[in-house]
Design a binder for this molecule. Structure first.
Ligand SMILES: Nc1ncnc2c1ncn2[C@@H]1O[C@H](COP(=O)(O)OP(=O)(O)OP(=O)(O)O)[C@@H](O)[C@H]1O
Ligand SMILES: [Mg+2]
Length: 185
C-alpha cells in the first residue's frame, strides 16, 4: 500500500500512460462538510474489454510480463474502501478508462493526500506528449490546469525548460494554497 493518495494517483496515471493515452484527466475534489475526498482519473488509452475490466480489481490479473500480479488498481480500491469510501471503474476497449475513488477523510485508516502538486508536476514534465487536464477543488473553490491549452500558447517550447517548469510548479502551488484556504468566517 502507498502511504499517500497522490502516490496512488501517480500509479493509476502510469496505467493510462502504458495504455497509450494522449489525454489524461485528473480530478481531486474535497468536500469538507461531508469529510469526503474524491479522486478521478480518466484516459483515452486502449481501454479494456469486459473480461479485463472485471479482472483488473483482482491482484492476480495483469498484462505485466515481469511479475504475475498487478497491484495498482486493487491497492487504490482497498485504500478507499477501507475508509468506508467507494471505488468505481469503467472502461471501453479502444476508447479509454475512467476510475474514481472516494475516501472518508476522518476515518482512522484514511491516508493523507500527500503532495498532489508535485505528482501532477512530475507527470506533466515526464510526459510532454500527453495532454493533462487537472482539476483541484475544495468545496466551492477550485482551479484547473490544461497542458493542451498551454501547449497551444507555447508552441515548441518544452514544458521542461526552466521558465515553463518553474511556472507550472508555482501555478500548482499557489493555486492549491488559495484553494485550500479555509473560508474566513
Ligand atoms: N488505464 C488503463 N487502460 C487500459 N488498461 C488498464 C488501465 N489500467 C489498468 N489496466 C489493465 O489492468 C491491469 C491491472 O492494472 P494494475 O495497475 O492493477 O496492475 P499492473 O499495472 O498490471 O501492475 P502494477 O500496477 O502493479 O505495476 C493492467 O495490467 C492493464 O492490463
Ligand atoms: Mg499499474
Amino acid at each position: 500500500m502507498f502511504p499517500e493518495i497522490s502516490l496512488h494517483i501517480l500509479d493509476i496515471a502510469e496505467n493510462s500512460i502504458k495504455a497509450g493515452a494522449t489525454r489524461i484527466e485528473i480530478e481531486v475534489l474535497r468536500r469538507t462538510a461531508e469529510r469526503k475526498l474524491t479522486v478521478a482519473v480518466q484516459d483515452n488509452g486502449c481501454g479494456m474489454d469486459a473480461e479485463q475490466l472485471a479482472g483488473c480489481t483482482d491482484p492476480f490479473f495483469t498484462s505485466r510480463t515481469t511479475r504475475r500480479v498487478g497491484l495498482g488498481i486493487p491497492f487504490l480500491k482497498a485504500s478507499a474502501e477501507c475508509t468506508g469510501g467507494s471505488f468505481f471503474i469503467d472502461s471501453q476497449k479502444g476508447r479509454g478508462t475512467q476510475i474514481r475513488a472516494e475516501y472518508v477523510t476522518d476515518h482512522i485508516d484514511c491516508i493523507p493526500l500527500g503532495d498532489i502538486g508535485a505528482t501532477v508536476y512530475s507527470l506533466i514534465l515526464m510526459n510532454e506528449a500527453i495532454g493533462f487536464f487537472y482539476r483541484y477543488g475544495v468545496d466551492e473553490r477550485q482551479f484547473t490546469l490544461d497542458t493542451d491549452e498551454m501547449r497551444a500558447l507555447l508552441g515548441d517550447v518544452p514544458f521542461a525548460s526552466r521558465e515553463v517548469a518553474a511556472f507550472i510548479r508555482e501555478y500548482l502551488e499557489e493555486n492549491q494554497k488559495e484553494t485550500d484556504q479555509e473560508e474566513i468566517l
